[in-house]
Design a protein around this ligand. Structure first.
Ligand SMILES: [Zn+2]
Length: 216
């Protein structure tokens, strides 16, 4: 006897392993197109390695947005939580967006694409009249049109107990990449580096962004 939870897990694992390579490739091409040049530079080829992992069946869906990803050598398995934007690998601990997270995201998106195709194309996502600002921002950042993608998105985050205004550079899954906005001193913009290791950019949970404003 299996519990419903176990059965659900078997089903989702089966879905993950029966994804068509073409679906994964198509998904990857759409996802990667939404990446800004800045993000691509930061990823430094991890997206290509992630695609390889996804195509070679290294990604197993565990539950909800939790995935297990075997390393390329296959001797380690790392746990990815897409909701928390977290992976157990050393690369992720260093603050990188690791290939495992990207691979898990590709598999998740491919699973959704597969589920939508089998449910029939007539079933479209209900679009609420008042789209959530976060969804709107995500749509803008991942838009196919360059014009839309060049929109500027500002938001506020809580940083060390204070409100900090940032530019949203990318939204990927539940993670946002943000850059602290410059402050003006004597009429000149001065960049800020408020994050760890004196960085101007950091990664935050998308849902921790407040007061999202899209300018275009
Ligand atoms: Zn990782």
């Amino acid at each position: 006897m299996y519990t419903i939870k176990q059965v659900k897990r078997f089903v989702s694992e089966a879905v993950a392993s029966y994804l068509l390579p073409a679906t994964i490739e198509q998904t990857a091409s759409t996802v990667f197109q939404g990446f800004s040049e800045r993000l691509k530079a930061r990823l430094n080829g991890r997206q290509e390695r992630a695609l390889k992992l996804a195509l070679s069946g290294h990604v197993t869906h565990k539950s909800a947005r939790i995935f297990s990803v075997h390393s390329e050598e296959g001797d380690h398995a790392y746990l990815v939580d897409l909701t928390r934007g977290y992976c157990t690998c050393p690369d992720s601990q260093k603050g990188s967006i690791c290939k495992h997270r990207i691979a898990a995201y590709l598999v998740e998106q491919s699973m959704q694409a597969t589920a939508q195709t089998s449910a029939g194309s007539s079933k479209s996502e209900p679009v609420s009249k008042e789209e959530e600002p976060l969804e709107k921002a995500r749509r803008v950042l991942h838009a196919q049109s360059d014009l839309l993608r060049e929109a500027i998105i500002y938001a506020t985050i809580q940083h060390q107990g204070e409100a900090l205004v940032v530019e949203v550079i990318n939204l990927e899954g539940d993670t946002a990449i943000v850059r602290a906005l410059p402050i003006f001193k004597d009429g000149k913009p001065v960049p800020q580096f408020p994050f760890e290791d004196r960085r101007s950019c950091t990664q935050v949970l998308a849902k921790s962004l407040f007061d999202l404003n899209i300018y275009r």
